[in-house]
Write a protein that binds this ligand. Structure first.
Ligand code: GTP
Length: 235
């Protein structure tokens, strides 16, 4: 195996969900670009693509920032599409914790094995706090997921720790699945004398962030993915 193949960790899809105004867009942009965008208006789900280096593995990461405009509905398409979920609430807004808790339970019902991270954002606004740290931690512990309090505005290190950990977990799950498939095909190959185990060429997107609109999302697991992006983000 070539060195670049060894370090190619594959593709991981992340859904960022939560109540309106909790900071989902700010978080996504912060994680991918290290920048903070104060006001970010969008009335559609946005897909960001970037090749990242996570724990020395190159990962093609797709992040969908789920718009809260249709928030009476559970974002089922996004959750089914994703390999991991980041559920965000705002520590200054108790309702956002209630909503995050409902999301968490529904995600677990739908995708019981999926890595989930619960993030309490805006911890720079301590004076406005409505949700105690222990409440977020307890919710996460009861549901067997990771919990971090972060401030996207202040660029908390925990943002990167949390999301990197989720991506790593996805990579580990994918590796286990690949190994299992490989062992089975190797066994069948041995039985029938086949040695046809070619590795697919690497299709890295490079280091850009690309945004595409809702009509282009979630099709990859149903139809062949079309590459007709409607906009390139200038972040
Ligand atoms: N003080 C503070 N404000 C933040 C932080 N993160 C985001 N904000 C602000 O919170 C507001 C909402 O942020 P968005 O990223 O648009 O939130 P969203 O969850 O994507 O909102 P929707 O698009 O309505 O779903 C913006 O005014 C941000 O500047 C933070 O860590 N601290």
């Amino acid at each position: 195996m070539k060195t670049e193949d060894k370090n190619n960790g594959g593709k991981v899809r992340l859904a960022v969900i939560g109540k309106s105004h909790v900071g989902k867009s700010a978080l996504t942009v912060r994680y991918l670009t290290r920048r903070f965008i104060g006001e970010y208006r969008s009335n559609t789900d946005l897909l960001y693509r970037q090749t990242l280096n996570v724990n020395n593995f190159r990962l093609d990461v797709e992040v969908v920032d789920v718009c809260s405009c249709e928030h009476s509905l559970f974002p089922e398409e996004a959750v089914n599409w994703a390999d991991a979920c980041v559920i965000v609430f705002d520590i200054t807004n108790r309702e956002s914790l209630t909503y995050a808790s409902e999301l968490l339970h529904t995600v677990i019902q739908l995708r019981s094995q999926m890595p989930i991270v619960l993030l309490g954002n805006k911890c720079d606004l301590e004076h406005l706090r409505q949700v105690e740290t222990v409440e977020g931690r307890t919710l996460a512990m009861k549901n067997n997921c990771q919990f971090y309090e972060v401030s996207v505005a202040e660029n908390s290190e925990a943002i990167y720790t949390a999301i990197d950990a989720a991506l790593n977990e996805c990579r580990a799950i994918q590796q286990t699945q690949k190994t299992r498939k490989f062992s089975v095909s190797k066994m069948i190959g041995t039985l029938i004398g086949s040695t046809n185990g070619k590795v697919a060429p690497n299709t890295s997107q490079g280091g850009t962030v690309v945004v595409c609109h809702k009509s282009d999302l979630y099709k990859s697991r149903i139809l062949r993915r079309r590459q007709n992006f409607t906009a390139t983000a200038s972040l």
